[in-house]
Design a protein around this ligand. Structure first.
Ligand SMILES: Cc1cc2nc3c(=O)[nH]c(=O)nc-3n(C[C@H](O)[C@H](O)[C@H](O)COP(=O)(O)OP(=O)(O)OC[C@H]3O[C@@H](n4cnc5c(N)ncnc54)[C@H](O)[C@@H]3O)c2cc1C
Ligand SMILES: *[C@@H]1O[C@H](CO)[C@@H](O)[C@H](O)[C@H]1NC(C)=O
Ligand SMILES: *[C@@H]1O[C@H](CO)[C@@H](O)[C@H](O)[C@H]1NC(C)=O
Ligand SMILES: *[C@@H]1O[C@H](CO)[C@@H](O)[C@H](O)[C@H]1NC(C)=O
Ligand SMILES: *[C@@H]1O[C@H](CO)[C@@H](O)[C@H](O)[C@H]1NC(C)=O
Ligand SMILES: *[C@@H]1O[C@H](CO)[C@@H](O)[C@H](O)[C@H]1NC(C)=O
Length: 534
């Protein structure tokens, strides 16, 4: 019996291990960044911030942190702290021709993408630059489904406005490349219907989505949203890593309140700790918050480092417990992905982010394609499928008290039988796309006859080839770690607002909703304070 039809399982592995091996080759081939000036409200001089106070402190200048800080800065003084540097003028971030290259060029403390390997053994990446993962991702933009918004209990009118606010600044309709058009036909041939044309909505069928790459091939990240803020009220501290939150309790043991943050320089040139604080005007009902927007790895990590988490785990690391909150780091999930390389060998095609998507089987399966670099002069063409609603979940814990180190994460991909069953169905659908007439004739290969797809073989294939679609989330889930207003249970003056609060991945791809959430919650916080103060 022949193992999985034309899945080149060995090639899959090679493609992704290439990511790790080909780093130095390419650095010499990059053009020098023009280095657009870093706006005056950005600094990496820790001394400019140390000892100062602000109405709000946002930790993590990522996909959510930037729109949130920009919105708050209209009415309040805001400090935004980001462990990475500036994306402006860095071709690895902004130039579409280098899409995917940042994932090839990683190092321990400074690269814009930080790699990590979950304890499941699967290679993954996270952003480490102003703009966060929106500076290294595929830029595909698609809103969450109406159901998702209803379930979250969000204000639908305000949500719509917040999506539109984001879209007016950083989202563009793509001009489909020949390969994207071919994939679009392949999705339709596979029966992923109806055809919905260009749409930002999460609707079943095949559609063209928005993209963060403009017509000139320039990427817009969430860092661009900072321009919508009030620069006079905003300080963005770059290259500084937050170590922990500082609490005060006014002598009442059970009344911990976030009072500020402690941070270090990211480059490790000094382990000197600096502090910044929250302003405390009037009485406590008008005080602002420390808000964690450090992402699905960073936010649970920071809560643990600050003494909020399972007491036994904190004790093992000698971290004094502020709140014994068992659910911190629980519910980590990364949507299982099966990717199939459709080209027979590496080629010299320019990298291409995804522009079309197939949404099938009651929103359960999402299929997209791109061209991904595997070294500085070679790329591959995967068509990838995402399982949208897996039930398997994992956990995040600390291995170290150094905030610059990745925490330890286990996602438990396909651990539950139900997820494996769904994966089998997903691969059968993926096969229809990869073997479609459109894809085959574009690649100049004969479409293959019907292939046996024994479900035991496909289960094995799923187990052996599962990888990431990069939509990991969880760790600070609403209802477990934060309330519906994103306040951390058991303390005052502390919120978490980012992808770590999601129980499930929104829409085809989460970026739209994560950006929107920053804007939406910023607007809500401003309104909340107006009510208190009027
Ligand atoms: C390779 C890749 C491709 C993807 N493709 C797409 C796509 O095409 N479309 C889509 O919709 N989604 C895509 N995604 C997913 C999407 O980008 C993420 O879900 C989203 O960006 C997460 O946003 P966030 O705000 O939760 O976290 P992030 O954007 O990761 O922000 C967290 C920020 O906090 C900073 N930080 C962390 N810890 C600290 C600390 N201790 N001190 C200071 N700063 C800290 C980080 O440096 C980072 O900037 C992709 C993701 C990746 C990685
Ligand atoms: C916030 O600032 C905007 C713009 O400066 C202003 O129009 C609005 O009234 C302010 N809101 C509050 C609550 O102060
Ligand atoms: C931040 O650190 C990076 C990497 O070490 C460096 O290249 C960059 O110049 C620094 N940025 C600023 C604004 O100092
Ligand atoms: C304060 O904390 C202690 C120990 O955690 C607990 O027993 C007590 O009930 C708490 N008191 C209040 C008022 O919450
Ligand atoms: C705090 O200020 C608010 C608004 O000014 C007021 O309504 C409230 O009574 C004050 N609370 C205390 C404890 O003084
Ligand atoms: C890329 O460059 C290497 C070394 O210069 C060469 O061996 C290889 O054939 C090139 N690959 C492609 C696809 O051109």
């Amino acid at each position: 019996m022949k193992f999985p039809d034309t899945f080149h399982s060995h090639e899959l592995l090679i493609a992704f291990s290439f990511f790790l091996l080909t780093l130095p080759l390419f650095s010499s081939s990059l053009p020098e960044g023009k280095g657009k000036e870093v706006p005056y409200y950005m600094t990496s001089d820790v001394k400019e911030v140390a000892g100062k106070s602000f109405d709000y402190i946002v930790v993590g200048g990522g996909t959510t942190g930037c729109p949130l800080a920009a919105t708050l800065s209209d009415n309040f003084s805001v400090l935004l702290v980001e462990r990475g540097g500036s994306p402006f003028g860095n071709p690895l971030v902004t130039d579409k021709r280098f899409f995917g290259f940042s994932l090839l060029q990683t190092d321990e403390y400074t690269s814009v993408a930080q790699s990590f390997i979950s304890t499941d053994g699967i290679q993954n990446h996270r952003g480490r630059v102003l703009g966060g993962s929106s500076a290294i991702n595929g830029g595909f933009y698609s809103r969450a489904r109406e159901d998702f918004v209803k379930k979250a209990g969000w204000d639908e009118e305000l949500i719509k406005k917040a999506y539109e606010w984001v879209e007016s600044k950083v989202v563009f309709p793509p001009e489909l490349t020949p390969w994207q058009s071919v994939v679009e036909f392949g999705l339709l041939e596979a029966g992923i219907l109806p055809y919905n044309g260009y749409s930002l909505e999460h609707i079943e069928g095949t559609k063209i989505g928005g993209t963060a790459f403009d017509q000139c091939g320039k990427r817009h990240t969430s860092a661009d949203l900072l321009e919508a803020g009030n620069p006079k009220n905003l300080v963005v501290l770059l290259n500084a890593t937050v170590n922990n939150i500082i609490f005060s309790n006014n002598g009442k043991a059970n009344e911990s309140r976030a009072h500020g943050i402690r941070f270090i320089k990211s480059d490790g040139s000094s382990n000197h700790m600096h502090e910044a604080y929250l302003n405390k005007p009037g009485n406590s009902s008008t005080w602002g918050d420390v808000i964690l927007s450090a992402g699905a790895l960073g936010s649970p990590q920071l809560l643990l480092l600050s003494g909020i988490g399972p007491h036994d785990h904190l004790k093992d690391l000698n971290i004094p417990t502020i709140v014994d909150l068992q659910e911190v780091g629980e519910g980590m999930q990364d949507n299982p992905c099966i990717a199939k390389l459709v080209d027979t060998m590496p080629q010299k095609r320019l990298p291409e982010p995804p522009e079309v998507v197939g949404i099938a089987d009651n929103f359960k399966f999402i299929i997209q394609a791109g061209v991904l670099p595997i070294s500085f002069n070679a790329s591959r063409m995967p068509i990838a499928a995402k399982l949208a609603f897996p039930i398997s979940r994992g956990k995040l814990e600390l291995d170290s008290t150094d905030p610059r180190q990745n925490p330890s994460i286990k996602f438990n991909y396909l651990a539950k039988e139900k997820d494996l069953d769904e994966c089998v169905k997903m691969v059968q659908l993926l096969n229809k796309v990869t073997k479609s007439q459109s894809v085959s004739s574009f690649l100049g290969i004969k479409p293959q006859e019907k292939l046996m797809s024994n479900s035991d073989e496909l289960r094995k294939l799923c187990k052996n080839n599962v990888r990431t679609f990069y939509h990991y989330h969880g760790g600070c889930i609403v209802g477990s770690v934060v309330d519906k207003d994103y306040r951390v249970y058991g303390v005052k003056g502390l919120r978490v607002i980012d992808g770590s609060t999601f129980q499930e991945s929104p829409g085809t791809n989460p970026m739209a909703t994560v950006m929107m959430l920053g804007r939406y919650q910023g607007v809500k916080l401003v309104e909340e304070r107006r009510e208190i103060c009027s």
